[in-house]
Ligand binder design. Structure first.
Ligand SMILES: [Zn+2]
Length: 383
């Protein structure tokens, strides 16, 4: 039985004979009223239909003639048996109060105009008209400013090193990161039996091609291209078959320097690198050269600086020695000059190589190389 049918009958016809029956009957009416009103209040009605919809709902419930409330009055209250009248009267008064929410003014206040969906914009609708004024974007507000990035610490240190050597009259040379075995090893006097050529150390693309393991092939390429005299530095990425840990990364950055001229001696090498170390690490820094071996230099050496963290007294960073190893160097092997097309009888040269990542770690006291390559903004925005 629909609600309309129910309110068209008397209580007796509905079989309601006691107070409890009356109560549940009126509860049913209130629930029905709320069920019709609530969706409109929560979802809204399209702007154009709003007044019409509210009016129709109000008339259905509150119209003096034929409205649901007046039918309740007519059929349930006025025609109720005498003994039930007080109960029905009480419930009817409550219902009348409750039904005030169906008055037109109240409905127009509670039922919002529905916001049109974005897809309707394409149909050329004036969507602004459907959006209450306080929900529209304020076009006069300034836009969102994107935060500016900063220079990566490795790039920063690379540029700093470059600047020192550019000031000494060196120029910058670059070369391919995918390199031939010939340039990466053969021409640098690194024999077939050298452990560096092992699969474990080198990432091979195919038998004759590698990801360069150092920036040294650029030395050969530059000698071939430009001849002597030559004063260059070669910054760039290098690759080795290393498992990532706090001091190793399969991709890292190197910078090498090369000076080729007549009458170049080891004294020139020492003077230049000592100057560089003082420029980069501070005037107080002392340098120490110790013998070493590289296939492409003869003699070869390693450069250490007095520890910048403990002033050479001994600490965690310098492993209590007071010295930190910072680069390898040496006089260019005559074979290497020869492979670069330069006459070793006429010219001599020196070279050095250092790891930029390690310099950045020293400079900023960073103890894990992986931090450079994880792109964690919390780390990077400190620079
Ligand atoms: Zn120290």
């Amino acid at each position: 039985m629909t609600l309309e049918e129910k309110v068209g009958k008397t209580l007796a016809e509905l079989g309601v004979t006691d107070a409890q029956g009356v109560e549940s009957l009126f509860a049913e009416v209130r629930a029905a009223m709320e069920a019709e009103r609530q969706p409109l209040v929560s979802q809204g009605v399209p702007e154009g239909d709003r007044e019409k919809t509210c009016k129709a709902l109000r008339d259905r419930w509150l119209a003096r003639k034929g409205g649901l409330i007046s039918l309740v009055d007519e059929n349930w209250l006025k025609r109720s048996p005498k003994e039930l009248k007080p109960v029905v009267g009480r419930h009817f008064n409550e219902l009348r109060q409750f039904s005030s929410r169906m008055e037109l003014e109240r409905l127009l206040k509670d039922v919002p105009a529905q916001q049109r969906r974005a897809v309707e914009d394409d149909a050329g609708q004036h969507w602004q008209d459907a959006v209450p004024i306080d929900l529209r974007p304020d076009l006069t507000l300034p836009g969102y400013r994107r935060p500016l990035g900063s220079i990566h610490p490795v790039t920063r240190v690379m540029r700093e090193i470059e600047d020192i050597f550019l000031g000494l009259g060196f120029s910058i040379e670059t070369g391919p990161e995918v390199e031939t075995v010939s340039y990466n090893f053969d021409k640098l006097n690194i024999p077939e039996t050298h452990p560096a050529r092992d699969d474990w150390d080198t990432l091979y693309v195919d038998e004759q091609t590698v990801l360069r393991t150092h920036t040294s092939p650029v030395q050969i390429r530059a000698m071939e291209k430009r001849g002597a005299p030559l004063y260059i530095i070669m910054p760039g990425k290098c690759y080795r078959h290393d498992n990532p840990d706090s001091t190793h990364s399969p991709m890292f950055h190197q910078i090498e320097g090369l000076a080729v001229d007549t009458d170049i001696t080891f004294a020139d090498l020492k003077g230049t690198l000592d100057f560089f170390a003082k420029k980069f690490f501070g005037e107080k820094v002392r340098t120490r050269f110790s013998p070493s071996f590289f296939p492409f230099t003869e003699p070869s050496g390693e450069v250490s600086i007095s520890c910048v963290f403990c002033d050479a007294k001994g600490c965690r960073v310098c492993k209590e020695s007071g010295w930190i190893e910072v680069m390898g160097c040496g006089m260019v092997h005559p074979e290497v000059l020869h492979h670069g097309g330069i006459d070793p009888e006429k010219y001599s040269g020196w070279a050095f190589g250092l790891g930029i990542d390690r310099y950045a770690m020293l400079k900023y006291d960073i103890n894990d190389i992986q931090l450079f390559f994880q792109s964690d903004v919390r780390f990077l925005e400190q620079f």
